[in-house]
Design a protein around this ligand. Structure first.
Ligand SMILES: Cc1cc2nc3c(=O)[nH]c(=O)nc-3n(C[C@H](O)[C@H](O)[C@H](O)COP(=O)(O)OP(=O)(O)OC[C@H]3O[C@@H](n4cnc5c(N)ncnc54)[C@H](O)[C@@H]3O)c2cc1C
Length: 440
């Protein structure tokens, strides 16, 4: 008989790896089960979105530095590009350029595959964590009364080898947007969470290029956001190995071109000349790849009155955000910090306490995304009166940010999930916004 405690995590993508680091703080053993075979910084089948641009918000970087001390050094050593978010990247929001000035808000630009590899390397180095890759979690095992999860059943991907079981005191589902948790908990006799869905019908098309010194005058990137009446945008960002990644994104059924020859004419419509100028000389090094993303999806686990003991759901499996705002990884990192801190205090009523905390983490980025998305008539669902008023004020903030760098810094700190949106409503800031508007 042993008293050793074990947690199992389903999925070794970002949310699963972050959760494993959090759990290693309180459990004797943590087993992460991933269906893909994991080798180096390469794209993989289980994470099709990984081929597209993945921005890590400054807020997410802070959570990761908390989970993995020295994380910024890991990024820099692996070749991620250190940036001052405001001066090194040009941000066009509703067509207004945020005044580029040094802000001290620091980010790192890298491919998603490299970022995941760096995190995985840190997690693999944790003595209590073991990643079991190439194995598919089939379902949960439970006590006879089906109220407590006791582990998972798995089979080997390569040959479908007969199912084996892994026992656990806690199972954490980090299997992403297609999570089977709603189905699994219903099969145990619990209610499935209600789901909120906001249609966005986005298509991303991504290509990579060789980076040369003169590109963007040496800056790290340019990003042009979509807004009502302008359904096409994109981000060009420098990353490791002297490359640029360019992800073009179009919403509500519009499509960026897959044909390379059509791209220069396509970017002529963008608010910034940077894309057209870049394409004149840039050497393309990858074929275009395309991914479609129909809708943001939020599962309201926090509303469930009854939930299996020994079971949690994290990351995209709880909330999968419109990717345009680059929030998913940062939210997953904040959830992992929450999980670590809750476990340090007490294991009682863990699911209830975790889902209550996670929903607070999700609320702000969800409001940022959904308020922005419901501005589009194509969304087919008008925003609330309150959201309409806030959106009208945000238009003023965007305009003011193009001439007042401090307003720009405050805005970027909100978008980068460092400060709450309330910051933009502080009287001194409102005054600056109004003062900066043309004709005032
Ligand atoms: C096009 C696109 C662009 C994005 N851009 C950004 C961005 O710029 N910034 C940002 O922060 N976020 C972005 N995101 C979101 C980001 O990719 C996710 O939030 C992040 O990967 C965390 O997701 P996750 O780990 O919860 O799930 P996923 O990344 O989907 O990973 C789930 C993992 O579970 C594994 N798995 C699934 N089922 C099983 C099973 N039964 N057994 C074993 N393993 C299983 C899968 O193989 C996979 O490894 C983007 C998303 C999309 C779609």
């Amino acid at each position: 008989m042993t008293n050793r405690t074990r947690a199992v995590v389903v999925g070794a993508s970002m949310a699963g790896l972050f959760a494993a680091a959090a759990l290693a703080d309180s459990f004797d053993e943590v087993t992460v089960i991933e269906r893909d075979v994991l080798v180096g910084p390469v794209d993989r089948r289980g994470v099709p979105q990984g081929k597209h641009l993945h921005g890590l918000q400054a807020g997410g970087l802070r959570s990761l530095s908390d989970l993995f001390p020295g994380f910024e050094d890991d990024l820099a050593n692996a070749g991620a590009v250190r940036t001052d978010v405001q001066s090194d990247i040009h941000w066009y929001l509703d067509g207004c350029l945020v005044k580029p000035e040094p802000s001290g808000l620091i980010g790192y630009a890298s491919s998603r595959r490299l970022l995941e590899h760096i995190v995985r390397t840190r997690v693999r180095a944790l003595p209590r964590v073991h990643i079991r890759d190439g194995w598919d979690v089939l379902d949960l095992t439970t006590t006879a009364d089906r109220r407590t999860v006791t582990g998972v059943r798995l089979s080997r991907r390569a040959d479908g080898a007969a199912a084996t079981e892994v026992r656990a005191d806690l199972v954490v589902d980090a299997s992403g947007r297609a999570s089977r948790s709603p189905q699994w908990v219903t099969e145990l006799g619990f209610a499935a969470p209600e789901v909120t869905r906001v249609q966005v019908d986005i298509t991303y098309v991504t290509r990579q290029y060789r980076r040369e010194q003169h590109h963007l005058d040496g800056r790290v990137g340019t990003s042009v956001g979509v807004f009502p009446g302008s359904l096409h945008g994109g981000t060009l960002l420098a990353m490791e190995d002297n490359t640029f990644m360019f992800t073009a994104g179009a919403v509500y059924g519009q499509e960026p071109p897959m044909n390379d020859a059509d791209l220069p004419a396509y970017v002529e419509g963008f608010a910034s000349r940077d894309f057209a100028d870049f394409l004149k000389t840039a050497e393309q090094i990858t074929e275009p790849v395309r991914t479609r993303f129909p809708a943001s999806i939020r599962a309201h686990y926090e509303h469930l009155a009854d939930f299996p003991e020994g079971y949690l759901v994290v990351g995209d499996a709880v909330c999968s955000f419109n990717p345009v705002y680059g929030q998913g990884m940062s939210v997953a990192a904040a959830e992992a910090v929450l999980l670590r801190d809750l476990l340090r205090a007490d294991r009682a009523r863990l699911a209830e306490r975790f889902f209550a905390g996670a929903t607070e983490i999700i609320d702000i980025p969800w409001a940022i995304t959904v308020n922005a998305d419901l501005r589009f008539p194509e969304a087919g669902a008008p925003p609330t009166e309150e959201a309409k008023q806030f959106n009208a004020y945000l238009r003023h903030v965007y305009q003011a940010a193009s001439t007042d760098a401090d307003v720009g810094a405050a805005l970027l700190r909100v978008i980068q999930l460092v400060d709450a949106p309330d910051r933009l409503l502080e009287p001194t800031l409102v005054e600056r916004v109004m003062r900066a508007l043309p004709g005032t």
